[in-house]
Ligand binder design. Sequence first.
Ligand SMILES: [Ca+2]
Ligand SMILES: [Ca+2]
Length: 285
Amino acid sequence: MDCLTLILLFLEPMNVPCLTTHQPSGFSLHSCSRFPPRKYYYVNSAMNWADAQLYCREKYSDLATITSMDDVSRLQPDFSYSLAWIGLADDPKSWRDSMGNDSNSWRSSATGETSKTGYKKWSVNNPSSTNGNENCVQMYSDGTWNDAPCGLYLSFVCYYVTNENKKTYVFVPTLKTWTSARDYCRKYYTDLPMIENNVENTEVFSAKPANADPWIGLYRVPWTWSDKTQSSFTNWLPGDPDNNGGNLHCSVENPFHKWNDITCSTKFPFICHQAGSRAKKTWLD
Ligand SMILES: [Ca+2]
Ligand SMILES: [Ca+2]
């Protein structure tokens, strides 16, 4: 949001509560952190996720982005429905076919970015995103890669950069989650391995014992909102997302605002949001 928009929002009466934190009306400051506040609209017309996205972008801002319980309470539907699309989706093209630069494609822990070389060494049938829950990568004992749940406790490999700009790889036998392994590598070395070509993959392979399947530095940020933002807030039903059958890449919410992953081609009503007083966004894709 640019400064002018921000100023205009502050001038609008609807946003005054954000400026009256210390006044008797008692509005809390935290509701100011999400300028502009979103308005949500339920569209009682059954469409698949892609068509619902097009409709919302045409008439409103986008399919509903929901980033907090405040947003959830703001939905307050005065209608009944079974399930309705929201804007949260996983892009299988990003994580399955390429090391590309889409928002949820595979990226390196060291840079936070997608691969410059596009090098990949997936094992057969991987990445599989089993149960929609495999967002970190381990090296199998034969040197190929597998996507696995980040919370698994595995040994790992760190790398550090020598004076000659050469990466040196160190195997750490301690079992840690991917995040803990990354933090450990960042503290004592440089990071989890960034593998950009076959030579480096062989070096990591050589650094580990033959039977070890350690973490490497590859991970992805799955489930991106339709407006390309990401949020750590989730409101899934227990057991979801389950990616049951391997093709559940869009999300719906039930009347109690709990989310479920569903096949994107199914037709449901949907919820759009309008982002405050912001002008309608021009979408290029
Ligand atoms: Ca896998
Ligand atoms: Ca599901």
